[in-house]
Write a protein that binds this ligand. Structure first.
Ligand code: MLT
Length: 210
């Protein structure tokens, strides 16, 4: 379940309807980003896409984030789980409020935004079932709170030398997600944390196939 209705007026976000035949991209910024900045990626992935771009509601020394962390790479997993539930409820409320009917919603997240998108789809595939995760990693620490992620389809795009999203964590994510029924694809490129042109091209192809 995706929790109770969210008051959209009290959750800063951007919405653009786009073309009714196109999917809606749920764009999720990284640490210190915001809903305006990450929304700029949408036209590069799907021309005419709708955009639903909320702002992370956790502040770390003034930087917007999606969930608390103890330090870089060590997440407050209870908060990850709670915030994933909130985001799922936000999506369900926005779907009703903006009259999105059965339009496909695809989460597109970078870094911390990728991590909350992954957590949300793996815990609440009924709210969000497609995720493009740029420089994301396993968001649940040493736990596995996933029940049934059947129906979730995930694209993981990572650099081979990313200290913030280390390869063993990405491999663990792919393995655990698949073991719960998610379909996982990976795009691996040389380099570190970031969003390379080859990532965008791979994401564009993956989204187009859906
Ligand atoms: C996270 O905290 O989600 C990751 O370490 C990446 C980031 O700093 O955004």
């Amino acid at each position: 379940m995706s929790g109770s209705a969210v008051d959209l007026g009290s959750w800063p976000h951007l919405f653009e309807p786009g073309e009714s035949v196109a999917p809606v991209l749920l764009t999720l910024h990284g640490t210190g980003g915001d809903e305006q900045e990450i929304a700029g990626i949408a036209p590069h992935l799907v021309p005419g896409a709708g955009i639903l771009s909320p702002r992370g509601r956790v502040s770390e020394q003034g930087m917007n984030r999606w969930f608390r962390r103890i330090r870089e790479g060590l997440f407050d997993v209870d908060d990850v789980i709670a915030r994933a539930g909130e985001l799922a409820a936000f999506v369900a409320s926005a779907r009703a409020h903006y009259d999105l009917g059965d339009r496909r919603i695809i989460a597109v997240g970078f870094s911390n935004g990728a991590n909350i998108g992954l957590a949300t789809a793996l815990l609440h595939p009924e709210a969000v079932d497609r995720v493009v995760a740029f420089s994301g990693m396993y968001p649940f620490g040493d736990r596995d709170p996933i029940e049934d992620a059947t129906g979730a389809e995930i694209l993981l795009l990572n650099g081979t030398d990313d200290p913030m999203a280390p390869t063993p964590s990405v491999e663990h994510l792919a393995q655990v997600a698949a073991s719960h029924g998610a379909l996982v694809e990976r795009h691996v490129r040389p380099g570190g944390h970031g969003l390379a042109q080859s990532d965008v091209a791979a994401a564009q192809r993956w989204v187009a196939a859906r």
